[in-house]
Design a protein around this ligand. Structure first.
Ligand SMILES: Nc1nc2c(ncn2[C@@H]2O[C@H](COP(=O)(O)OP(=O)(O)O)[C@@H](O)[C@H]2O)c(=O)[nH]1
Ligand SMILES: [Mg+2]
Length: 211
């Protein structure tokens, strides 16, 4: 079985909020996590591109939803980071409502890649987001990022602990260690994306019967 080539992924468009996303067809996989979790780095590592998703040392700066496509109709969605302390409370609530709505209503959304620093996994908002996804029937892959920050014993222990916790979600929640720096877990990520993209072919214009 040959997988997708994620290296050819390219930017399609940005949207200020979920109401301005392109048509709800094809298959979408969303990437989400707290600001600074390593989301942009993970997207760049997956696609082998230095600046596909801008990595930033200033957390909370990416406010737009960025859409990329691997092939026509097969998208990767880079959602704005959450949990940044300096964002006003009102904006945090607005984003949470909008994230919940996206997870609930986006028909083409097949999977959620939830990125969390391996040293601080499943904080309140992470937990909430995974719950919303599961309640909407969306499969989740938790990536424990910056896995290079832990020695291999501690990394395995943390991975097992989060896998145990993930069982309480009562849905499909897989957990893998990931490092953009050391290229850990990249194959696991692309295999999971392959399986989501394999699930159902997106409608194309060819599917619309001619008059
Ligand atoms: N050690 C290590 N640092 C990382 C890794 N991935 C990201 N970082 C660092 O974490 C910070 C935030 O990364 P970024 O990808 O911009 O996070 P985002 O805010 O979630 O998009 C940056 O300083 C990155 O260099 C990783 O795999 N290992
Ligand atoms: Mg980012």
């Amino acid at each position: 079985m040959s997988g997708w080539n994620y290296h050819v992924t390219h930017f399609v468009t940005s949207a200020p909020d979920i109401r301005h996303l392109p048509v709800d067809t094809g298959i979408e996989v969303a990437f989400a996590g707290r600001s600074n979790a390593g989301k942009s780095s993970a997207l760049n590592t997956l696609t082998n591109q230095k600046a596909l998703a801008r990595t930033s040392k200033t957390p909370g700066r990416t406010q737009l939803i960025n859409l990329f496509q691997v092939a026509e109709g097969y998208r990767l969605v880079d959602l704005p980071g959450y949990g940044y302390a300096q964002v006003p409370e009102e904006m945090k609530l607005k984003w949470q409502r909008s994230l919940a709505e996206y997870l609930r209503e986006r028909v083409c959304l097949k999977g959620l890649v939830a990125l969390m620093d391996i040293r601080h996994p499943l904080k309140d908002l992470d937990h909430q987001m995974v719950m919303w996804a599961i309640q909407s029937g969306i499969e989740v892959l938790i990536l424990l990022t910056k896995a290079d920050k832990l020695a291999s014993g501690a990394r395995k222990a943390q991975l097992n602990a989060v896998r145990e916790e993930a069982k309480t979600f009562l849905g499909t929640v897989e957990v893998e260690a990931f490092s953009s720096l050391k290229k850990i877990g990249v194959d696991k990520l692309s295999q999971k994306l392959d399986s989501w993209y394999r699930d159902l072919p997106p409608a194309t214009e060819d599917d619309i019967p001619a008059e």
